[in-house]
Every structure is written in C-alpha cells, then in structure tokens.
Ligand binder design. Structure first.
Ligand SMILES: CC(C)(COP(=O)(O)OP(=O)(O)OC[C@H]1O[C@@H](n2cnc3c(N)ncnc32)[C@H](O)[C@@H]1OP(=O)(O)O)[C@@H](O)C(=O)NCCC(=O)NCCS
Length: 195
C-alpha cells in the first residue's frame, strides 16, 4: 500500500517554461500529435500511438492512478503554446525503501532546448521536498545517450550498466542506471539545480 490515499497527489508544478499537471481527457489530441512519432517511442517501452483512442485509454489509466494515489505521470505543458508536449512521472514506488523510478518523453520538435532537464529537476525537487523520498532512479537504453545527459545535468549519478535488462519492441536492450539520493540532492541544491 502507498503511504496515504494520495501519496502521489500529482499537484501542478510550475517551472520557468513549463507547467506539469494531471492529464485531462482533452489532452488526447496533443498526446497523439507527438506520441504517434516512432522516433519518440523508439527508446520507451510503449509503442507509438496508432490512434487518438489509444491516447484516451492512456489518460484513463493515469486518471485512475490519480484517484488512487498510485505512481503516475504529469502532462508537460509548454507555457508558450499551452499544449501538452510530453509526460514525466513515476514508474514505480517502494514505500519500504522510500525509492521510486522516474521516466519521461517529449515531442521531437522540442528536443534539445533543455526542457526535459527543466522538468526532471522539478520532479527531483518534488520527490525529495514533497514526497520525502530517499532515492530516485532513472534508466535509459545505452543507445539513447541524450536521456543519460538529462539525468547527469539533473545531478543523478551513473551506477552501472544492466545487461539486457529490458525487452523493447522485441529486442533485449542494455540500460544505464542512474540515481540521486536525498544526501546528493541536499549537497547539490545550489544554483546549478535551479538554473
Ligand atoms: C531524451 C529526451 C527526454 C531528452 O529531452 P530534451 O528536452 O531534448 O533534453 P535536454 O535538451 O534537456 O538535454 C539533452 C541533452 O542531450 C544531448 N544530446 C542530444 N542528442 C544526443 C546524442 N545523440 N548523444 C549525446 N548527447 C545528446 C544534448 O546536447 C543535451 O545536452 P547538453 O545540454 O549538454 O548539450 C527526449 O529526447 C525524448 O523525449 N526522447 C524520446 C523519449 C525518450 O527517449 N525518453 C527517455 C527514455 S529513458
């Protein structure tokens, strides 16, 4: 069980260029617009969307989790357009170890603007300051170094290569495991964590 009904209450988080907020059914078209792109789906464990109704089904799953307080994702709204351009959130949570894994994805047209670094920094801060976690993990396929770079820029430490840890779209893939501890966060929460 999770600590309290709404451990993952997923309250909105605002950063300089983004708002992270719960997904709404009216976001389905925005999710489809970028989630149908096979390049976006290449290194994640979901398939590129074939239809808007698949996006609705994902949103329904997230909304169920919002209600139960289970690990879930925020939609990432780009303030300048008001559109959903990605998601970021918790893949799992282990109450006994106060640890969780984060995962994320972003529309291809928005890559390399520092946006996911901005989002992940905010989620890491939320993880320690609001959820009081002790350890936040993330993993990326070795063939997806941009994601590793995001983790590094957010103060996560490389902990090793996990051989054939996942099967993605029919192939076993090696992943790099990163994590940040509460102690790391406390030591780093200076100017470089806040931009
Ligand atoms: C991975 C992803 C989240 C990165 O988001 P982003 O907003 O573009 O990331 P940022 O702009 O904050 O940072 C990207 C960094 O990777 C670097 N980078 C980009 N392509 C790279 C590559 N092929 N090799 C190495 N580094 C790369 C950029 O230069 C930048 O680093 P820098 O600031 O030191 O120059 C985004 O590409 C994405 O959503 N991809 C599809 C889904 C996905 O892979 N999700 C992660 C699963 S683990």
């Amino acid at each position: 069980m999770y600590a309290g009904d709404l451990f993952f209450a997923m309250q909105p988080i605002e950063t300089k260029r983004l708002i992270l907020r719960r997904l709404e059914m009216s976001d389905a078209q925005d999710l489809f617009a970028y989630g149908q792109d096979p390049e976006v789906a290449r290194h994640v464990l979901w398939e590129a969307y074939q239809s808007v109704s698949e996006c609705r089904s994902y949103i329904r799953t997230m909304q169920r989790r919002y209600r139960t307080g289970e690990p879930s994702s925020w939609g990432i709204v780009l303030k300048e357009s008001g559109r959903i351009i990605g998601t970021i959130g918790y893949m799992w949570y282990q109450e006994e170890h106060s640890s969780a894994e984060v995962g994320y994805s972003l529309a291809r047209g928005q890559w390399n603007r520092g946006l996911m670094t901005e989002a992940l920094r905010a989620v890491i801060a939320h993880s320690f300051e609001v959820l009081h976690l002790n350890r936040v993990e993330a993993q990326h396929e070795l063939t997806n170094p941009a994601s590793g770079r995001v983790m590094q820029k957010c103060g996560m430490q490389y902990e090793g290569r996990l051989r054939q840890r996942l099967r993605n779209k029919g192939h076993y893939v090696d992943v790099a495991l990163y994590a940040i501890l509460r102690d790391d966060y406390a030591a780093r929460s200076g100017p470089e964590m806040t931009d």
